[in-house]
Design a protein around this ligand. Sequence first.
Ligand SMILES: Nc1ncnc2c1ncn2[C@@H]1O[C@H](COP(=O)(O)OP(=O)(O)OP(=O)(O)O)[C@@H](O)[C@H]1O
Length: 335
Amino acid sequence: MSISSALEFSVPTESGPEPAIHAVDLVKRYGDFAAVDGISFSVSKGESFGLLGPNGAGKSTTMRMIAAVASRTSGQMRVAGLDPEQQGPEVRARLGVIPQQDNLDEELTVRENIIMYGRYFGLPRRYLLAKADELLEFAQLSHKANSRVEDLSGGMKRRLTIARALVNEPEVLLLDEPTTGLDPQARHVLWDRLFRLKEFGTTLVLTTHHMDEAEQLCDRLVVVDHGTIMAEGSPQGLIREHSTREVLELRFGTDRNAEQAETLKELLTNTDAGAGEVGFSHVEVLPDRLMVYAEHAESALEKIHAAGHRPMTSLVRRSSLEDVFLRLTGRSLID
Ligand SMILES: Nc1ncnc2c1ncn2[C@@H]1O[C@H](COP(=O)(O)OP(=O)(O)OP(=O)(O)O)[C@@H](O)[C@H]1O
């Protein structure tokens, strides 16, 4: 899908199923600055949908408008068929929100955090006592039920925040950077819990600047930069559309990367030397390395060696969403 067609999407018909979230031309301005600059997307029920983009792209601002905690400057939005601007409390009752920073009550125990949160929704204490046990088991925190929050690891706090957000059995769970700051082990434990929620049919909407997280968790995502949508699709669909099958990363250890890139481009587009087998597309010049985009990166490397070029290091890998972002913006996702 092209960038322009990504922005054209059909408004659901009267008879079609109601999307979990439907946003049309959303804008959020702070003074003259547009943090969100006209974005449109639709999330189906049960879908796992991602907003992928670098810091400052406008992801959290979009989440805050969905969650009815920030007003929009213009545009339209429906969450579970309701307008967050007009029906904030009703929308909030249908959502579970996991903010970027955990805001657990450090004074309370793990179980009390869930119970107190449920009280805000007016849920009865008897229900909450049973629900807390169920959620702690889901979050793999039963053994910590009576611990104080300050004694938990970062990963445990994150899982408790998720458990707490599930107390009102939300239709949609909003997760803002769910695993930022966690170590790899803690990230995998959290991803596993999110997979379970997906299996249960919960609609997940998450923001991330980690391409691996987006690839793991999202059925579909939008790539966001400077408050606008650059592309939309499934992780694999986006990679197919905007990148080659493989990438060859080369380090030459010189400050002549741009020059080197031109030489490689010439070599790899030279059909006399069997360029067809390589399926060369283009070269990106990064400060520390060259990225050669080709269907068959191993063949590209063979040709480069055969022509007498000797990179200090070479790595052949599959294309990722990071490559999609680099292709669309000329920048890396993480500064
Ligand atoms: N209350 C505010 N007043 C002024 N500018 C703001 C405000 N909130 C956000 N912004 C700006 O809007 C832009 C988008 O911010 P936002 O937090 O939505 O980005 P993000 O994609 O979620 O990035 P991050 O992951 O760093 O939070 C940023 O340039 C930010 O500085």
